[in-house]
Design a protein around this ligand. Structure first.
Ligand code: TYD
Length: 209
Protein backbone atom coordinates (compact mmCIF):
# COMPACT_ATOMS: atom_id res chain seq x y z
CA UNK A 1 0.00 0.00 0.00
CA UNK A 2 1.35 3.43 -0.93
CA UNK A 3 1.24 6.48 1.31
CA UNK A 4 -1.84 8.68 1.28
CA UNK A 5 -2.03 12.39 1.98
CA UNK A 6 -5.49 13.32 3.28
CA UNK A 7 -6.39 16.89 4.19
CA UNK A 8 -9.25 18.25 6.28
CA UNK A 9 -10.35 21.83 5.85
CA UNK A 10 -13.20 23.95 7.12
CA UNK A 11 -14.08 27.00 9.16
CA UNK A 12 -13.00 27.26 12.76
CA UNK A 13 -15.42 25.16 14.83
CA UNK A 14 -16.23 22.76 11.98
CA UNK A 15 -14.98 19.83 14.05
CA UNK A 16 -11.88 18.85 12.09
CA UNK A 17 -9.94 17.73 15.15
CA UNK A 18 -12.73 15.47 16.45
CA UNK A 19 -13.37 13.96 13.03
CA UNK A 20 -9.68 13.24 12.53
CA UNK A 21 -9.44 11.33 15.80
CA UNK A 22 -12.58 9.34 14.87
CA UNK A 23 -11.01 8.46 11.54
CA UNK A 24 -7.81 7.37 13.23
CA UNK A 25 -9.88 4.98 15.40
CA UNK A 26 -11.60 3.60 12.30
CA UNK A 27 -8.27 2.98 10.57
CA UNK A 28 -6.84 1.19 13.60
CA UNK A 29 -9.97 -1.00 13.79
CA UNK A 30 -9.45 -1.83 10.12
CA UNK A 31 -6.00 -3.17 11.05
CA UNK A 32 -3.76 -0.26 10.08
CA UNK A 33 -0.82 -0.03 12.51
CA UNK A 34 -0.73 3.13 14.61
CA UNK A 35 2.82 3.85 13.46
CA UNK A 36 1.54 3.92 9.88
CA UNK A 37 -0.74 6.88 10.63
CA UNK A 38 0.53 10.44 10.95
CA UNK A 39 -1.83 12.97 12.46
CA UNK A 40 -0.62 16.48 11.87
CA UNK A 41 -1.85 20.07 11.51
CA UNK A 42 -1.09 23.52 10.16
CA UNK A 43 -0.11 25.90 11.55
CA UNK A 44 2.46 23.48 13.03
CA UNK A 45 4.29 23.83 16.31
CA UNK A 46 7.49 24.72 14.46
CA UNK A 47 9.26 28.07 14.38
CA UNK A 48 6.91 29.75 11.86
CA UNK A 49 3.79 28.10 13.22
CA UNK A 50 4.53 29.56 16.66
CA UNK A 51 4.94 33.02 15.12
CA UNK A 52 1.55 32.62 13.42
CA UNK A 53 -0.13 31.83 16.72
CA UNK A 54 1.38 34.92 18.32
CA UNK A 55 -0.02 37.01 15.48
CA UNK A 56 -3.44 35.33 15.74
CA UNK A 57 -3.73 36.51 19.30
CA UNK A 58 -2.94 40.17 18.63
CA UNK A 59 -6.59 41.06 17.88
CA UNK A 60 -5.56 43.58 15.28
CA UNK A 61 -7.77 43.90 12.18
CA UNK A 62 -6.55 40.90 10.14
CA UNK A 63 -6.19 42.95 6.93
CA UNK A 64 -3.30 44.88 8.47
CA UNK A 65 -1.09 41.81 8.84
CA UNK A 66 -2.13 40.03 5.64
CA UNK A 67 1.32 39.87 4.05
CA UNK A 68 2.95 38.75 7.27
CA UNK A 69 0.34 36.01 7.77
CA UNK A 70 0.88 34.83 4.20
CA UNK A 71 4.66 34.59 4.55
CA UNK A 72 4.43 32.74 7.84
CA UNK A 73 1.82 30.21 6.71
CA UNK A 74 3.78 29.44 3.53
CA UNK A 75 7.11 29.12 5.36
CA UNK A 76 5.44 26.88 7.94
CA UNK A 77 4.00 24.73 5.15
CA UNK A 78 7.36 24.32 3.39
CA UNK A 79 8.93 23.21 6.63
CA UNK A 80 6.00 20.87 7.34
CA UNK A 81 6.26 19.24 3.91
CA UNK A 82 10.02 18.83 4.08
CA UNK A 83 10.32 17.57 7.62
CA UNK A 84 7.13 15.57 8.10
CA UNK A 85 4.71 15.06 5.24
CA UNK A 86 7.06 13.98 2.44
CA UNK A 87 9.16 11.67 4.67
CA UNK A 88 5.96 10.06 5.99
CA UNK A 89 4.58 9.58 2.48
CA UNK A 90 7.82 7.91 1.47
CA UNK A 91 7.36 5.48 4.34
CA UNK A 92 3.89 4.64 3.02
CA UNK A 93 2.03 6.28 5.91
CA UNK A 94 -1.51 7.61 5.91
CA UNK A 95 -1.34 11.30 6.73
CA UNK A 96 -4.36 12.98 8.26
CA UNK A 97 -3.63 16.69 8.07
CA UNK A 98 -5.75 19.37 9.74
CA UNK A 99 -5.56 22.33 7.26
CA UNK A 100 -3.16 22.74 4.35
CA UNK A 101 -2.74 25.15 1.42
CA UNK A 102 -6.52 25.51 0.96
CA UNK A 103 -6.68 27.54 4.18
CA UNK A 104 -4.27 30.04 2.66
CA UNK A 105 -6.35 30.18 -0.54
CA UNK A 106 -9.34 31.03 1.65
CA UNK A 107 -8.18 33.10 4.62
CA UNK A 108 -5.34 35.06 3.04
CA UNK A 109 -7.40 35.70 -0.10
CA UNK A 110 -10.07 37.23 2.12
CA UNK A 111 -7.35 39.22 3.85
CA UNK A 112 -6.72 40.85 0.47
CA UNK A 113 -3.78 38.93 -1.01
CA UNK A 114 -3.99 38.38 -4.78
CA UNK A 115 -4.87 34.90 -5.98
CA UNK A 116 -1.96 34.83 -8.47
CA UNK A 117 0.49 35.52 -5.71
CA UNK A 118 -0.84 32.67 -3.58
CA UNK A 119 -0.78 30.31 -6.57
CA UNK A 120 2.82 31.25 -7.31
CA UNK A 121 3.95 30.59 -3.74
CA UNK A 122 2.41 27.12 -3.83
CA UNK A 123 3.94 26.05 -7.11
CA UNK A 124 5.24 22.49 -6.90
CA UNK A 125 3.88 21.74 -3.44
CA UNK A 126 2.46 18.25 -2.91
CA UNK A 127 -1.15 17.74 -4.00
CA UNK A 128 -3.15 15.66 -1.48
CA UNK A 129 -4.90 12.43 -2.51
CA UNK A 130 -8.12 13.69 -0.95
CA UNK A 131 -9.34 16.93 0.56
CA UNK A 132 -12.43 17.02 2.77
CA UNK A 133 -14.02 20.42 3.33
CA UNK A 134 -16.22 20.26 6.43
CA UNK A 135 -19.06 22.66 5.72
CA UNK A 136 -21.59 23.98 8.21
CA UNK A 137 -23.47 27.20 9.03
CA UNK A 138 -21.31 29.78 10.79
CA UNK A 139 -23.74 30.06 13.73
CA UNK A 140 -23.37 26.38 14.49
CA UNK A 141 -19.58 26.63 14.30
CA UNK A 142 -19.55 29.62 16.62
CA UNK A 143 -21.71 27.79 19.15
CA UNK A 144 -19.17 24.97 19.11
CA UNK A 145 -16.30 27.43 19.61
CA UNK A 146 -18.15 29.10 22.51
CA UNK A 147 -18.90 25.85 24.27
CA UNK A 148 -15.26 24.79 24.09
CA UNK A 149 -13.77 26.12 27.30
CA UNK A 150 -10.19 25.82 26.04
CA UNK A 151 -11.04 28.33 23.33
CA UNK A 152 -12.76 31.02 25.36
CA UNK A 153 -10.66 33.76 23.77
CA UNK A 154 -11.58 34.32 20.13
CA UNK A 155 -8.74 34.60 17.65
CA UNK A 156 -8.78 37.25 14.92
CA UNK A 157 -10.35 34.89 12.37
CA UNK A 158 -13.20 33.74 14.60
CA UNK A 159 -15.59 36.66 14.10
CA UNK A 160 -18.96 36.00 12.47
CA UNK A 161 -18.74 38.23 9.37
CA UNK A 162 -15.25 37.01 8.63
CA UNK A 163 -16.30 33.36 8.99
CA UNK A 164 -19.26 33.86 6.63
CA UNK A 165 -16.79 34.88 3.92
CA UNK A 166 -14.51 32.01 4.85
CA UNK A 167 -17.34 29.51 4.45
CA UNK A 168 -18.20 30.85 0.99
CA UNK A 169 -14.58 30.74 -0.14
CA UNK A 170 -14.23 27.15 1.02
CA UNK A 171 -17.29 26.29 -1.06
CA UNK A 172 -15.66 27.88 -4.14
CA UNK A 173 -12.33 26.08 -3.82
CA UNK A 174 -13.25 23.59 -6.53
CA UNK A 175 -13.21 26.47 -9.04
CA UNK A 176 -9.59 27.25 -8.18
CA UNK A 177 -8.60 23.56 -8.11
CA UNK A 178 -10.78 21.72 -10.65
CA UNK A 179 -8.20 18.94 -10.93
CA UNK A 180 -7.89 18.26 -7.21
CA UNK A 181 -9.94 15.75 -5.28
CA UNK A 182 -11.99 18.11 -3.10
CA UNK A 183 -15.09 16.74 -1.35
CA UNK A 184 -17.54 18.99 0.46
CA UNK A 185 -19.07 17.26 3.50
CA UNK A 186 -22.06 18.45 5.55
CA UNK A 187 -20.46 18.84 8.98
CA UNK A 188 -23.57 20.06 10.77
CA UNK A 189 -24.68 16.42 11.14
CA UNK A 190 -23.79 14.21 14.10
CA UNK A 191 -20.11 13.27 14.43
CA UNK A 192 -20.91 9.59 13.69
CA UNK A 193 -22.68 10.46 10.47
CA UNK A 194 -19.97 12.83 9.27
CA UNK A 195 -17.30 10.26 10.10
CA UNK A 196 -19.16 7.53 8.25
CA UNK A 197 -19.51 9.63 5.10
CA UNK A 198 -15.80 10.43 5.15
CA UNK A 199 -14.51 6.93 5.89
CA UNK A 200 -16.54 5.48 3.04
CA UNK A 201 -14.69 7.69 0.59
CA UNK A 202 -11.36 7.44 2.39
CA UNK A 203 -11.27 3.67 2.63
CA UNK A 204 -11.75 3.25 -1.11
CA UNK A 205 -8.84 5.64 -1.69
CA UNK A 206 -6.60 3.85 0.82
CA UNK A 207 -7.18 0.50 -0.85
CA UNK A 208 -6.02 1.89 -4.19
CA UNK A 209 -2.45 0.93 -4.94
P1 TYD B 1 -6.14 26.28 13.58
O1 TYD B 1 -4.89 25.72 14.14
O2 TYD B 1 -7.00 25.41 12.78
O3 TYD B 1 -6.98 26.91 14.74
P2 TYD B 1 -7.09 26.44 16.25
O4 TYD B 1 -5.99 25.50 16.57
O5 TYD B 1 -7.01 27.73 16.99
O6 TYD B 1 -8.42 25.80 16.30
O7 TYD B 1 -5.75 27.54 12.68
C1 TYD B 1 -5.50 28.78 13.23
C2 TYD B 1 -6.02 29.84 12.29
O8 TYD B 1 -5.15 30.01 11.19
C3 TYD B 1 -7.39 29.56 11.72
O9 TYD B 1 -8.25 30.65 12.01
C4 TYD B 1 -7.17 29.49 10.23
C5 TYD B 1 -5.90 30.23 10.02
N1 TYD B 1 -5.12 29.82 8.84
C6 TYD B 1 -4.90 30.73 7.81
O10 TYD B 1 -5.41 31.85 7.84
N2 TYD B 1 -4.12 30.36 6.75
C7 TYD B 1 -3.52 29.15 6.67
O11 TYD B 1 -2.81 28.85 5.69
C8 TYD B 1 -3.73 28.22 7.75
C9 TYD B 1 -3.08 26.86 7.73
C10 TYD B 1 -4.54 28.59 8.82
Amino acid sequence: MSGKFIVFEGIDGSGKGTIISEIRKFLVEKGIFENQILITAEPTNGFYGKKVRELLNTHVNPDVNAQQFLNLYVADREEHLGKEIIPALKKGKIILCDRYKYSTFVYQLIQGIELEKIIELHNGMAVPDLIFVLDLPVDVALQRIDSDSKRSVKEVFEKKEFLEKVRQEFLSLKEIFPEENIRIVDASKKIDEVTEEIVNILWKKIKEL
